[in-house]
Write a protein that binds this ligand. Sequence first.
Ligand code: ADP
Ligand code: ADP
Length: 228
Amino acid sequence: MIQLHNVFLSYQKDATALNNISLRIAKGEFVFLTGPSGAGKTTLLRLLYGALTPTSGQVLVDGQNVSRMTPSQIPFLRRSIGVVFQDFKLLQNRTVFENVAITLEVLGWGRADIGKKVMHILKQMGIASKVNLTPQRLSGGEQQRVALARALVNDPKILLADEPTGNLDDSNKEQILSIFKDANARGTTVVVATHDRRLIENSHKRLVSLIKGDIVEQVDPKEEDSCK
Ligand code: ADP
Ligand code: ADP
């Protein structure tokens, strides 16, 4: 589903954010990207949804060569990718409903279907009672769930999340993790960038560790189990 071949990314000359990264993520996998601040996690995610193009190397996502896409092709790529941003990027002057409906409006869904689907996912996320509020009236955990609802409402092939539990307490973290696992169980390939060790340890998922733009470690619990 996702392949990086010898990817280099420099924002500026002599400042390499990703240094010869090669990585494969299969359809239906759940992968954590981890590493300290500045490791390149956000940069890697941004490559996957076409917000950046690599300085060199290939980025393939869902059979498409993102490294060669023109700006007009990027919106089509994003139809199959849900993204949860670190700062949520919710529209502050729109309601919860409108923030989530946007994903389906862009895809050309009809009003009745949008209504049903949005209410369904808001219920699933436990925030249906907030449907007519604007984001500033919600807690951090609730805003995070709106961002997740917006990213997942069209059952995307891929979900990308950047530090999704940054400011959340433990009970909210558990809920967010279980939303990711549910989406993954329904077939979505999930890639989560986080430095939250507890989230990773509790989850038993594949782990890719970056430091200063290099992959320094990969742990796959499935392979470990099969060795026992
Ligand atoms: P992480 O998400 O792991 O904290 P980032 O991908 O944000 O890491 O950053 C990787 C490196 O790239 C860091 O050295 C960071 O300073 C640099 N960087 C990130 N974004 C930019 C940018 N827009 N311009 C210049 N340098 C950047
Ligand atoms: P940033 O530089 O802040 O990380 P990005 O380049 O990631 O911003 O995104 C640019 C804009 O495109 C943002 O307003 C973001 O909300 C939007 N965007 C990015 N990816 C998607 C997506 N998959 N679906 C909808 N909107 C997206």
